[in-house]
Write a protein that binds this ligand. Structure first.
Ligand code: NFS
Length: 652
C-alpha cells in the first residue's frame, strides 16, 4: 500500500513519507501488518463465557450453549452499543459533578459562564428558577442531572424534548429509557451467558440503551458543558498539524473533556507561566487540540485543531509536541512508546485512565488551575530537550461554533429566531435536504477521504451538511468548513447559505454534541411544513470512517430517533442476515429509519440522495431540480465575473 492510500491529509502524507519515519510504528503501519480477524469482524465470534470463544463459521453452527449466529451477532452489537453509551454518558456524569462542585464552591476555578443556558436547562428539567441565585440553581440542575443517571423507574426527563410523535413510538415499543446507568447495566446483564436469546429482543434493549445516551447522558453533557463554559457561537480558527509552532512550547490537549483543557488554556495565559516559558528560550506557549477535546475548545475558544484521531501519533513525529495532555477516550496506548523517542511528555490526568509509562497527574477540581499550571510547566521543561523539529506546513482556515441556538439565532435574531428560512428553502427545493456527517477515522480506510468526499458530493447536490467529531476536523483540513466552501455548493444551497449568512458545512461540535443535531431536527419539525416527526424529514446521518463503539451508540440513537443512517468501512453484523434485516427493515418498521453499512463512497451518496428524495416525495414537496435555481445558460463563473464588474460583494 502506498502512503497516498493511507491518507489524503497532506500533513499525514508528508510525515509518513519521510525517510526517518519509514520504520516507525504508527496506526497506519500496524493496520497494514495486522489483518483483522475475519470471524470477529463480521460478528461470528462469541467470547461471552469460558466455554468458548465459539467461532460460528459453518452454516447452522451453534455455540457450546446453543447460541445461534443471530444471537451472537446481536449480542456483540448490543454490547458495543452499551460500551459506547457508557463512555459518552460517564463523560456527561463527569461534567455534572464539576458543575455541582463549582456550584458548591469546591471548584473555585470554574465559573458559570452561561446563565441563559442554565435557566433554559432548568426549564427542561422542570426546576423552578424564580428568585434563585446562580449557584443555588446550578446546584439543583447538577443534582437533577445526576439523578437522571441513577434513576430506576419512569423515564428520563429529556425524552419529552423529542417530537410528540417520536415519544409515542418509543412508548408503544417500550424503549423509552428509564435511567442512563440502568439501561447500560441491563444490556450487560441481558448479554451474559444464558439470558436474552432472542435477537430482536436484545436489539430492542440496545435501542433503549442508545437512547439513554443520545437523549440522556450525551444531551446532558452538551447542556451542562455549555452552562460551565458557554454556548458556542461562530469564530474563525485553523486546522492541521501546521498549527504547531517551531519557536513556541506546544501543548496538545487530546481526549474529550473540556474541564481540564479549559484550565490548561487559562494556565498558559498566566504571566508567570509565560515568563517561565520565555526563560527557557520559547517565544510563547501554543495550545492545540486533537480529537473531541479539540472540538470543545475550538467551538468556544477558537483553539486550533492539530488534527483528528489518526493525527495523534503524527503530532509527536513532528518533534514539536512538548506535552500531550490526555483525559479520556480515543487515546492510543502507542503514544507512550512513541513519545519516548522524543522530548514529548504524555500526561494522563483522569482517574479513569492511566497508561503505563505515561506521567500521571490526577486532575482534581479543587485545585484545577494549579494542576493545569504544573502540567504546562512539564511541557515547558520538555521544550528544552527538543531534538530535530519538522512541522508540516499544511494548515487550513475554518469557521466553527454552530450551536443549534446560534443556527436559530442566525435565522431571525434574538427575538425572531426560527428555522423558517431553512424549512422554506427545503420546501421550495432550494435546499434538497440535510445531512449530519460525523464520527471517527479508521486506518482500515484512507484517512479523511470518505468524510471529505461525501461532504463535497452532498453540498454539490444542494444538501446542507452539519459535522461533528473527527469528521468535522477531517473537513476542516480541506477548507470545507470555511465560507469559501460555498464554491462547491449547488445553486440553490449556495443562494440559501448566502441569504442566511452561513457556510454550507456547519461545525456543530464534539461527538457528545451530536445531541445538538437531535435538538436541531426537533426544532425543524416544530417549525412546521416538513411533517410531524424526525422520520418525516429529508435528512440522513453518516459515519463514513467509523471505528469506535461510541459511533455505534450514536448511529443507533439516530436511527431510533428517525434518521436514516449510513456507516462506511464495514458491518459488524455482516455474518448474520437476520440481524442485518433487523437493523434495516426491522428498524424501518419500528422507527421509520434504517442503519445501513455501505463501504462504497458513491453508493453511500446515492443511498443518501435517494432517501432524501423519497422523503421529499412523501411530504408532497416540489421535486428537486438542480437547475431550477441556476440561471439558464449562465455559469457561476460568469455570474461571479459580472458581480465583480459591478462591484457587488461575492463570497468566493
Ligand atoms: Ni467520536 Fe471523539 Fe474521534 Fe471517533 Fe474518537 S474522538 S467521541 S469516537 S475517533 S469521532
Amino acid at each position: 500500500m502506498t502512503e497516498k492510500k493511507r491518507s489524503i491529509d497532506p500533513a499525514a502524507i508528508e510525515i509518513l513519507e519521510r525517510p526517518e519515519c519509514q520504520e516507525v510504528s504508527t496506526a497506519f503501519s500496524r493496520a497494514e501488518a495486522m489483518k483483522p480477524c475475519p470471524i470477529g469482524a463480521d460478528g461470528r465470534c462469541c467470547k461471552n463465557c469460558a466455554m468458548g470463544p465459539c467461532r460460528l463459521t459453518k452454516e447452522g453452527q451453534v455455540g457450546i450453549c446453543g447460541a445461534t449466529l443471530e444471537v451472537v451477532a446481536a449480542r456483540n452489537l448490543a454490547r458495543a452499543i452499551a460500551a459506547g453509551s457508557a463512555s459518552h454518558s460517564d463523560h456527561g456524569r463527569g461534567v455534572a459533578m464539576t458543575l455541582l462542585a463549582a456550584a458548591e464552591g469546591h471548584a473555585p476555578d470554574y465559573k458559570i459562564r452561561d446563565i441563559g443556558k442554565l435557566t433554559r436547562v432548568a426549564g427542561y428539567l422542570d426546576i423552578p428558577t424564580e428568585g434563585k441565585e446562580v449557584n443555588e440553581l446550578s446546584k439543583e440542575v447538577a443534582e437533577e442531572a445526576l439523578a437522571q443517571f441513577g434513576q430506576q423507574t419512569g423515564e428520563i426527563i429529556y425524552v419529552k424534548r423529542a417530537p410528540e410523535k417520536r415519544q409515542e413510538i418509543w412508548h408503544n415499543l417500550d424503549v423509552a429509557p428509564r435511567g442512563v446507568d440502568r439501561e447500560v447495566v441491563e444490556m450487560l446483564h441481558r448479554t451474559h451467558i444464558g439470558n436474552d436469546q432472542d435477537p430482536e429482543h436484545i436489539l430492542d434493549h440496545a435501542v433503549r440503551t442508545a437512547l439513554a445516551d443520545g437523549w440522556g447522558g450525551s444531551m446532558l453533557s452538551t447542556d451542562l458543558t455549555d452552562i460551565l463554559f458557554g454556548t458556542p457561537s461562530p469564530g474563525q480558527a485553523q486546522a492541521n498539524l501546521g498549527v504547531l509552532k517551531g519557536d513556541e512550547v506546544n501543548i496538545i490537549v487530546h481526549g474529550h473533556e473540556p474541564t481540564l483543557s479549559e484550565m490548561i488554556l487559562a494556565a498558559v495565559q498566566d504571566p508567570e507561566i509565560i515568563e517561565y516559558a520565555k526563560s527557557k528560550g520559547a517565544k510563547g506557549i501554543n495550545v492545540a487540540g486533537i480529537c473531541c477535546t479539540a472540538n470543545e475548545l475550538l467551538m468556544r475558544q477558537g483553539v486550533p485543531l492539530a488534527g483528528n484521531f489518526l493525527n495523534q501519533e503524527l503530532a509527536i513525529l513532528t518533534g514539536a509536541t512538548d506535552a500531550m495532555v490526555v483525559d479520556i477516550q480515543c487515546i492510543m496506548e502507542a503514544l507512550v512508546p512513541l513519545s519516548q523517542q522524543f522530548q514529548t511528555k504524555v500526561i494522563t490526568t483522569s482517574n479513569k485512565v492511566k497508561i503505563q509509562g505515561a506521567i500521571h497527574m490526577p486532575f482534581v477540581e479543587e485545585r484545577a488551575l494549579e494542576v493545569a499550571k504544573e502540567i504546562v510547566r512539564l511541557g515547558i521543561d520538555a521544550f528544552t530537550e527538543r531534538g530535530k523539529v519538522n512541522i508540516p506546513k499544511a494548515v487550513d482556515g475554518l469557521v466553527g461554533g454552530f450551536s443549534h441556538e446560534y443556527i436559530r439565532y442566525m435565522q431571525g435574531g434574538i427575538y425572531r429566531g426560527s428555522f423558517r428560512p431553512l424549512n422554506d428553502a427545503i420546501m421550495a427545493g432550494r435546499v434538497r435536504g440535510a445531512a449530519g456527517v460525523v464520527g471517527c477515522n479508521n486506518p482500515r480506510v484512507c484517512q479523511d477521504e470518505a468524510h471529505s468526499y461525501v461532504v463535497r458530493k452532498l453540498i454539490e447536490n444542494d444538501v446542507l451538511v452539519v459535522v461533528t467529531g473527527c469528521g468535522a476536523i477531517a473537513n476542516a483540513k480541506y477548507g470545507l468548513l470555511s465560507p469559501d466552501a460555498i464554491k462547491y455548493a449547488g445553486h440553490g444551497l449556495r443562494e440559501t447559505c448566502e441569504a442566511v449568512g452561513i457556510p454550507p458545512v456547519l461545525h456543530m461540535g464534539s461527538c457528545v454534541d451530536n445531541t445538538r443535531i437531535l435538538t436541531l431536527l426537533t426544532e425543524v419539525v416544530a417549525e412546521g411544513g416538513l411533517g410531524d416527526d424526525i422520520s418525516d424529514l429529508p435528512v440522513v446521518g453518516f459515519a463514513p470512517e467509523w471505528m469506535s463503539e461510541k459511533a455505534l451508540a450514536i448511529g443507533t440513537y439516530f436511527v431510533a430517533s428517525g434518521v436514516y443512517t449510513i456507516f462506511g468501512v464495514k458491518s459488524p453484523v455482516a455474518a448474520s442476515e437476520e440481524v442485518t434485516r433487523l437493523i434495516t427493515e426491522g428498524w424501518e418498521e419500528k422507527f421509520g429509519a434504517q442503519l445501513v453499512f455501505e463501504p462504497d463512497l458513491d453508493k453511500m451518496v446515492e443511498l443518501a440522495l435517494a432517501h432524501i428524495d423519497k422523503k421529499r416525495e412523501a411530504l408532497g414537496l416540489t421535486e428537486y431540480d438542480p437547475q431550477r435555481f441556476a440561471k439558464p445558460g449562465v455559469t457561476w463563473d460568469e455570474v461571479m465575473g459580472y458581480a465583480e464588474k459591478v462591484g457587488a460583494p461575492v463570497s468566493s
